[in-house]
Write a protein that binds this ligand. Structure first.
Ligand SMILES: Cc1cc2nc3c(=O)[nH]c(=O)nc-3n(C[C@H](O)[C@H](O)[C@H](O)COP(=O)(O)OP(=O)(O)OC[C@H]3O[C@@H](n4cnc5c(N)ncnc54)[C@H](O)[C@@H]3O)c2cc1C
Length: 397
């Protein structure tokens, strides 16, 4: 019997999930504490992701990938995150780098970059800057046309897989006067002169991932441009819509790991002559965790299914990411509390998960930005309802 709600996955998705479970148990989970302690990027895990064809899961078959559904990808990410949140986050940065190419790349760009990615050569998504994370339209990196080339100048911050990836989708202002409608995206190779991968962030959690800054004064040909000229902010947001579903999957996996840590400790730890789970203060907290994790999982697979059915996921993805990341926060907090003094100290998993969780509420749009997206949808629906005479109906007219 499982207390937590289980999605009814397709045969294909179940197969991928089982494979991910096996690889996670054998290889990723046993390394999780070491990666955190040493703040080390796990190249051996990346090789395993490639070997088991997990790195190119969402890449179409003609480019060397597996062409799986988002439901299957979410199941894999969730499973890996339950054993090693850093490795799951690395897999998600592959997706984030691939999507702009997948959505808007030319055929030759897809052949090259997606093919490389399926072989494990990653692409990163480079949008954020030190002064502009949430307000992406305000980026200051510039792209100046010089004949049939572009000169990109600026600095990108907190780039996932920075330094470990070979390629970067760099978003830059190609028309400074057009604000959000003046941004273009360019593929940049780390080995080009004028690209400096700057300091690696010393992070609170997910310490097996590598997050770096990127200093750019580099010239690229116009053929390195991805998608429509000046239309890349939309491309970034479309990419993030999918990315948010996978952050929800990371959150789910982490929440499950924290919940299991807490539940098993609740049964094993005795105080006042009985297991602490017999106290309602502990048992009810775990019950709430089980309910919330089940609900977050339903939202995650609803958003992933919507994407697989070509429905709009802007709001659903924001809801799934917002809720699942906050559920992971509460589950990790519960694990620390149930573990007591040990939960506050290394090397318990509760302590590590508590730190690993925090960024899930920050990257790919903070919780506040998700609420902003959802609030806009609420307003639009209310306005449409009023325009259609809903106000009259509400007032009983
Ligand atoms: C580990 C890590 C990995 C990352 N990976 C990548 C990556 O691969 N690529 C990439 O491009 N970026 C990446 N980022 C950057 C990340 O997406 C940004 O940090 C995030 O979007 C928040 O931006 P900011 O840090 O500038 O915060 P700010 O935008 O300055 O926000 C600060 C606070 O103000 C709040 N706030 C801002 N605007 C509003 C508003 N209108 N209403 C209410 N509250 C508001 C925010 O919610 C937040 O709480 C990563 C960050 C981290 C930490």
């Amino acid at each position: 019997m499982t207390v937590i709600w289980q999605p009814a996955l397709s045969k294909e998705a179940s197969r991928w999930r089982e494979l991910a479970h096996r690889v996670t148990q054998e290889h990723f989970a046993p390394l999780a504490a070491e990666l955190d302690r040493e703040q080390r990027y796990p190249w051996e895990n990346v090789r395993r992701l490639v070997e088991h064809k997990l790195a190119g899961l969402f890449i179409p078959k003609q480019f060397g990938g597996q062409d799986t559904s988002l439901c299957a990808t979410a199941a894999v990410v969730e499973t890996i995150a339950s054993g090693c949140p850093s490795t799951a986050a690395i897999l998600c940065t592959y997706q984030l780098g691939a999507f702009p190419v997948l959505l808007a790349g030319r055929e030759d760009q897809k052949q090259h970059y997606l093919g490389e990615m399926a072989r494990g050569v990653a692409t990163s998504f480079a949008l954020s800057e030190r002064n502009t994370g949430s307000d992406a339209a305000a980026i200051q990196t510039t792209a100046h046309r010089e004949g049939d080339h572009w000169r990109l100048c600026g600095e990108k911050y907190w780039i996932g897989n920075g330094g470990a990836s070979r390629y970067y989708v760099v978003f830059a202002k190609s028309d400074a006067d057009r604000g959000a409608r003046g941004i273009s995206a360019f593929m940049v190779d780390k080995d080009q002169s004028g690209v400096v991968v700057d300091e690696v962030a010393d992070k609170m959690g997910l310490r097996g991932t590598q997050t770096s800054n990127l200093r750019l004064d580099v010239t690229v040909p116009d053929s390195a441009r991805i998608g429509e000229m000046n239309g890349a902010l939309r491309l970034a947001l479309q990419t993030l819509n999918v990315g948010r579903v996978l952050v929800a999957a990371q959150s789910l996996g982490l929440a499950l790991a924290a919940y299991r840590e807490a539940a098993q400790r609740g049964v094993e730890r005795q105080a006042f002559g009985r297991p602490i789970i017999e106290n309602q203060g502990i048992g009810f907290r775990l019950a709430d965790s089980a309910v919330e994790i089940s609900a977050a999982r339903m939202m995650l697979y609803e958003a992933a299914s919507a994407y697989d059915e070509s429905r709009d996921i802007a709001t659903l993805g924001a809801m799934a990411k917002l809720y699942a990341s906050e559920v992971a926060h509460r589950a990790a907090d519960c694990a620390v509390q149930v573990w007591g003094g040990l939960g506050y100290c290394k090397p318990t998993a509760a302590e590590r998960l508590y730190r690993d969780q925090r960024v899930l509420e920050i990257y790919e749009g903070t919780s506040e930005i998700q609420r902003l997206v959802i609030a806009r949808a609420v307003r639009q629906e209310a306005e449409e309802c009023i325009a259609a005479g809903g106000a009259k109906a509400r007032a009983g007219g």
